[in-house]
Design a binder for this molecule. Structure first.
Ligand code: PA5
Length: 327
């Protein structure tokens, strides 16, 4: 799917309706007016769909988004919010947690927009007149990342949260650049064999770190942890000194800003305690470009690791079993 990501991104935004803000619904006696001002955006979804929220949260640290982004990976929504817009993302449309949180949002009278390839989410929302953006398919939810992320970015623009039009192509450049580094990704995968990867990442690249960990879990069926600094520098770091703990440290580095320097100090410290961190430099200049470079490059790394381990990357049977039991 990765070579298709640039076209998936471009195709997916064509399906976002122009008139989202003129929608007005009446559901169970509650009027939901999409033209009203919003004071936050909740992005709700799980796994490969939910990571869209993490990535947008990262981007908004650079883009100066007008309202806070709240990432919700739960069947319940956070309480005490007054005027949020809710973006419910489920690739399959059959994830119980996401369907429940979208229903809860509607019951509270919040405007909701679905992003999905179909499933029960699409049927349930469409039946109530709630806008659903149908997005192109991939081999599994996580392989459709741009098709879920790009429509969400356009929605933010339509609701005047941030202007993204000039940013979108940079993300595609990030994907295309990462596709030129497949050999490096394979090399990184080789270094991860027989280890538990600890992914060190700063707060503003949290989405890249979580995505890598999730892809290690789902594609390579590999256990991994993410340590987000600065917080991880006040707890996880103390576990580094254990000898022969099987950990392999991977530090994801952004540009050389304050956070970049913070990570350099972190790398010095963990190295002085015997860790030999592998450094992954995110390439690019623009925030979306860096995130998409990271998601693509590290995703390919996990596919290479799956191949080295002789593991089938697409199927995730325990996740499927859980989902079936919840439905
Ligand atoms: O990437 C995957 O396959 C999973 O992480 C799914 O995204 C997760 O189980 C949620 O499913 P969906 O994205 O269909 O809502």
């Amino acid at each position: 799917d990765y070579p298709r990501w640039p076209s998936l991104a471009r195709e997916s935004i064509l399906n976002v309706p122009m008139d989202l803000r003129s929608i007005r619904l009446s559901i169970d006696g509650k009027v939901i007016d999409y033209s009203g001002d919003i004071d936050s955006v909740i992005i709700t979804g799980m796994g490969g769909s939910g990571v869209v929220g993490d990535i947008i949260n990262d981007l908004c640290l650079f883009w100066d988004c007008r309202v806070p982004i709240i990432v919700s990976k739960n069947m319940r929504l956070p309480r005490r919010l007054s005027r949020p817009l809710v973006i419910a993302i489920s690739y399959s449309g059959n994830t119980a947690e996401t369907i429940m949180s979208a229903n809860e949002a509607l019951a509270r009278g919040y405007p909701v927009i679905g992003i999905t390839t179909g499933g029960r989410l699409s049927t349930a929302l469409s039946a109530k007149g709630v806008p659903v953006i149908l997005t192109p398919k991939a081999s599994a939810p996580r392989y459709g990342l741009p098709a879920l992320l790009y429509p969400a970015l356009i929605i933010l623009e339509r609701f005047s949260v941030v202007s993204v039009t000039n940013e979108l192509e940079s993300g595609i450049s990030g994907i295309e650049n990462a596709l030129k580094h497949v050999d490096d990704a394979v090399n990184l995968a080789r270094q991860l064999v027989n280890s538990v990867p600890v992914v060190w990442v700063t707060e503003s690249r949290r989405g890249v770190g979580i995505r890598f960990k999730n892809d290690l879990n789902e594609n390579a069926k590999y256990y991994s942890v993410v340590s987000v600094v600065p917080e991880g520098a006040h707890n996880d770091i103390a576990a580094v000194i254990t000898k022969q703990n099987g950990l392999k440290h991977v530090a994801i580095m952004g540009p050389n800003d304050y956070e970049g320097r913070y990570e350099e100090v972190l790398i010095d410290v963990i190295s002085s305690f015997g860790a030999k961190p592998i450094i992954v430099k995110l390439e690019g200049k623009m925030p979306l470009e860096l995130e998409m470079y990271g998601a693509t490059y590290l995703g390919i790394t996990t596919l290479a690791l799956a191949e080295l381990l002789g593991v089938e990357p697409v199927s995730t049977e325990p996740i499927d079993r859980l989902k079936n039991l919840l439905n």
